[in-house]
Structures are given as structure tokens and as C-alpha cells.
Design a protein around this ligand. Sequence first.
Ligand code: SAH
Ligand code: SF4
Length: 392
Amino acid sequence: MASIDLSARPADAGPEPAVRRNLAGMTRGELAALMAEAFRLDEKKARMRANQLWRWIYHYGATDFAAMTDIAKEMRLALAERFEIARPEVSERLVSVDGTRKYLIRLGPGIEVECVFIPDVGRAGALCVSSQVGCTLACTFCHTGTQKLVRNLTTAEIVGQVMAVKDDLEEWPSGGEDRRLSNIVFMGMGEPLYNLDNVASAIDVISDGDGISISRRRITVSTSGVVPEIPRLGEVTSSMLAISLHATNDPLRNELVPINKKYPIAELMDACRAYPGLGNARRITFEYVMLKDVNDSDAEARELVRLLKGVPAKINLIPFNPWPGAPYECSSWERIEAFADILSRAGYASPIRTPRGRDIFAACGQLKSESVKKRASEARKERMAAEGTQAS
Ligand code: SAH
Ligand code: SF4
């Protein structure tokens, strides 16, 4: 019998595709549509094929169609001809003395974002992902805010951050008992509620129980206060909500978080109270950056308690992380403790967030990519300058 050349393209395959499309990061719907189109399948068959691929891509972390043993060999070859399962390029990886890992991810020429894995946070460890390259908002204490928005990330680019980090942590297959990556926080670069469609699709992919399987209750989206999008976030994603509050009165919040001029504190708090599913087990996290002599008085701590009355809330006091040229200093440790004491007495447990990964510039608000990657010498200079700021 003549041997069949399995690498040959089927006669009905159509013109040779110029680029092999990347399946990693796609939603179930996108995968099914693509299968229907590429192999002229009816809806049911396309869905079945997509489900098969889904498990390989997101549960097993496969990057090679050859590994997909429950798919016929001819089909595996046909898939490999048209598609790939790739990861975004990690152009730099830094590991802090405290175990925090920072990844610089290159999405295209001159387009880079950062994500940060923080061990021993949440159930096991949290990954802080970016939702935009840069940010359109300009909170005065945030390094990302000094970088102009380059663009929104696609769903695949958001999911790609998680997959690249799971590779690095060797966390395939997904869902193991000893997993190190248990939580996702949208607290990297960008304002997630200005890119909610892609953030919501990415959450669908990441939380799917047949794949990466990180429960929606362990996914937190942080917003500076894009009030009109808060209800949709709750309805569409069922994720946990974090609010970057940082001030207890409008004049100061207008200055620190300028979006407050559009959506003042009272409106923000109304949206919080209406967030679906709130209760003791599902609280909103309020983030409050500690800025020396700006927002750190006892009176403001008491005001914070008053403001949050009736809202199931956790408070996260974030010691200000300095960056070169920042117009603020971090409150003293005594001040932060005094502020935290007032909150603790009002029933808020352990409200201080220990800064992580400062030595690799990975802490909150320090994330900023350059359109052109910084040379190592410049990065070193920045770090030295930051250490100087911290010491002062
Ligand atoms: N854009 C969203 C999510 C990203 S910022 C938001 O603003 O919520 C993640 C958190 O880090 C926010 O609470 C932000 O206010 C805080 N942050 C920004 N810069 C900081 C800095 N220099 N030091 C400490 N926290 C900072
Ligand atoms: Fe943007 Fe959030 Fe930074 Fe404000 S704190 S500039 S919203 S990333």
C-alpha cells in the first residue's frame, strides 16, 4: 500500500495562510468560530473541536498540536499548518529578594507591559496583570500615570500574561492542589474599566473550570472609580471589586485621582453599595496609598471609617512606593501604624499591605514600560535614584 504523506495540505484547504494564527488566549466562542471557518464544520462539530482544543491549551498548557493525542493525526497536522499556540515574548524577567517576580512582556515593536507575581498573597500567590499599555488617567502618585496610553490590551494579551507566568512557575496542568498561582488582580498598568470588554472576556477564559480554573472569587479588578462601568463589571464578570480611594474628601481626591472630578466620592460609594453579591464573604477592597502629610492624619482615618459605614469592606493601606521624580513621600511607619490602629479598632483587620518587590521596581504604582526598552544602565540609574528617595 502506498504510504500517505500526512503533511500534505488537504485539497480543500484554501490558499496557504500567510501567518499562523495564535489560538492561545482565545475565548471558547472564538475558537469554535475559527474551527467552523477553517474546516467547514457545522456548529456542533466546531464546538466539540473547540472544547477539545480548550482543554489542551488551558488545562494542559500544550504548545504543540502533536501532544493532542485524542485528535486524529491528520487533523493535528492540519491544525499545525494553520495555527500556533504561542506565548507573548517575555523580554525581561526579574526576581526580587522577597520572591516577587516581575515580567516585562513585549507585545509588538515598542509595545510593552509588565506583570508581577507575588508569592504568599491570597490563597497561595497573586498575579498582578496589566489591562492597558500606559493609562489615560494621571493619578499624581502613580508612575504608570506619567506614561501616555499606547493602547488597550486584547483579550489574548491579557490571558497571555497569565499563561506566560504559568509557564515560568511550571503550573501545568492547571488546578493542582499545590498551585502557587491562586489569585489574579487587575492592578498592573492601565484602568481595567476603560477596557472592560476585553477584561471581561479574559476573566471568562481564566476562570473557566475546564481550563486555567482560577475562580471568579479570586479575581479582583481594581478601578480608580469609573463609576458608570462598575455595575457592568459586577454583572458580567462576578469578580471582586477594589477601589483606589486614597482620599476621603472631594477636593483632595480631585487632586490625587483626577477622575474624581467627573465621578465624585458620593457617586462612587453609591456604585459600591449597589455592587452585586456583597456580604461578609464578598467585600470590596478599598485601597489607600499613604502619602506623608497629604492624606495620612488621624482625622482622615476616622473619616475613612465613617465613609465606609454600611459597605462590606476591606481596607488596604499601601505604603507609597516612590519613583524617580515623584512629588510625594511615603508616610512614616509610625504614622501608618497609627492610621491602621484607628481602622483596626473600627473592625478592619490587618489593613497594611507590605510592599513587595521594591528592589526590582515591581511594587504598586511603579510599573511603567518605555516605548523603547530601557537600556540596563538607565534602569540601574533609576533604581539607584529610587533607593535615594526611599531613604529620605
Ligand atoms: N488603574 C487601576 C488599577 C491599577 S493601579 C486603579 O487605579 O485602581 C493599582 C493600585 O496601585 C491602585 O490602587 C493605585 O492607586 C496604586 N498605586 C499607584 N501608584 C502607587 C504608588 N506609587 N505607590 C503605592 N500605590 C500606588
Ligand atoms: Fe491609571 Fe490606576 Fe495609575 Fe491612576 S492609579 S494613573 S488609574 S494606573
